[in-house]
Design a protein around this ligand. Sequence first.
Ligand SMILES: [Mg+2]
Length: 227
Amino acid sequence: MIKLIVFDLDDTLYNEFQFVQNGFKAVAEYLSHKYLIDSKELQSKMLNILNEYGRGKIFNVLCEKCGFIEAMNDLVFIYRNAKCKLNLYDDAYYILEKLRYNYKLGLITDGKASVQWNKIKCLGVENYFDKIIVTDDFGRMYWKPHEYSYKKMLEYFKCEPQEAIYVGDNPTKDFIGARKVGFFTVRIIREFGDNMKLKEEKGYEADFTINNLKELINIIQLLHLKK
Ligand SMILES: [Mg+2]
């Protein structure tokens, strides 16, 4: 009998690219005021750099290209703490509304703690979840795929692992710890997201794969029938 559904956040419940764009916008506005350059132009430069170089050195490259003298830490701080309104995917909104009164709902998310909490606030999803775990609050070593957060979740709800499902998008880290602890696992593969084309290594795969969170209803029913 399934009692607990735990979700990943980034690219599972919303498109993380929204957060990236919002962060770029905040940094572009800051630089635009300082150097009197059009902020839209700066945003599109950042997107081009992202496409060309990937994440990591975007602001360094931008400053170098534009001749800005900036402390990277300041720009990263503005990016990470940008206040914004993020929106859940439609199917995420649907499924959370559908499940919230009949199941316990949890969230386990990786990433720098202040950033993840900012995203949670920007999404306004606190009320959907009975328990939210930002793994970074326990320390970097407890990020997924570490099992600790999954165990904590079960402890909190006094649930057995076979009563719990974990839903995520990243086959390199979302399912291995969850499976070790004994959760059922579900991978969402969407049209957009960094991890959508990743192939699962053996042992890293999820029990089920879906393309829309509404399909979770069928999986829950299937698992109920099995018991
Ligand atoms: Mg994710």
